[in-house]
Design a protein around this ligand. Structure first.
Ligand SMILES: Nc1ncnc2c1ncn2[C@@H]1O[C@H](COP(=O)(O)OP(=O)(O)O)[C@@H](O)[C@H]1O
Ligand SMILES: [Mg+2]
Length: 255
């Protein structure tokens, strides 16, 4: 086992059993991949292929039946603030303002007042929430809520972000803005990012490598190197390389 890797997913198998039914459902079969520090990997696959299950295992919310996840040289057995999770819905505290939501985790960790103030300012700027600090979640659009959700985990300065279709519920224009924001965040603070999506374009815009998954039981059927350097912008959409890679991946998904 190579402990230099930031994250190793090693031959994971996961089954769900149903108490009222015979047998069980094999959701993941022999899934392996590894990640370098600062790398962005997209897990791409059809709905229901086990992407969230795999992300939950990496987060430490679920246990695999076979195999293991190794993060920074240690087997994952529980969730850790080093591996922060961002979900499709923002799940903010409705009774707290944007800024209070962002400060919440730091307060929980008993950080000093001036540290909280300084970090909140930094991450509010990083996600572009200046001017919206005192709004409550219900007063914010879906995209702005997702910015708060991002800042709320970034402020804890995790090594790794686990993102489960975080932009899937947003309208097309907001989604592109958020993808651009994530590219700029990754250029500035370089967290290692495991990004789950069912959207081929999103995977190509964001990731260094795309791992394409099969239908159930989810297996990795192909690893695609994305042929675009960083820093990157959404202007890659529609270029020849982009369309060609997109076509190849779509073919795999529909085979
Ligand atoms: N806790 C669970 N108990 C039983 N079945 C589950 C559970 N979580 C997910 N599943 C099943 O596992 C399969 C994969 O689900 P999921 O990982 O959510 O897929 P994806 O995120 O790719 O859409 C689905 O058939 C789903 O119904
Ligand atoms: Mg899912």
């Amino acid at each position: 086992m190579n402990n230099q890797k930031e994250l190793i997913i090693d031959k994971i198998e996961k089954n769900f059993s149903y108490p009222l039914k015979q047998g069980n459902l094999k959701v993941l079969e022999d899934v392996s991949l590894y990640m370098e520090v600062g790398e962005i990997i997209a897990l791409l696959g059809p709905s229901g292929c086990g992407k969230s299950t795999l992300l939950n295992i990496v987060a430490g919310f679920e246990k695999p039946d076979k195999g293991q996840v190794v993060f920074m040289g240690k087997t994952v057995i529980a969730p850790s603030p080093e591996r922060a999770v961002v979900f499709q819905s923002a799940t903010l505290f409705p009774w707290l303002t944007a800024k209070q939501n962002i400060a919440y985790g730091l307060k929980l960790h008993k950080q000093k007042q001036e540290v909280i103030k300084e970090k909140c300012k930094k991450y509010i700027e990083l996600v572009g929430l200046q001017g919206f600090e005192n709004y409550y979640p219900a007063q914010l659009s879906g995209g702005m809520q997702q910015r708060v959700a991002l800042a709320r985990v970034l402020v804890l300065e995790p090594r790794m972000l686990l993102m489960d279709e975080p932009f899937a519920a947003l309208d097309a224009q907001t989604r592109i803005k958020m993808q651009q924001l994530l590219l700029s965040i990754s250029a500035q603070i370089k967290p290692t990012i495991l990004f789950v999506t069912h959207d081929v374009e999103e995977a190509l815009i964001l990731a260094d490598k795309v791992y394409v998954m099969s239908k159930l039981p989810g297996r990795i059927i192909r690893q695609v190197e994305v042929p675009f350097k960083r820093p990157r912008s959404i202007s890659i959409i529609g270029t020849n390389g982009f369309s060609k890679t997109k076509r190849e991946i779509l073919q795999l998904l529909f085979e």
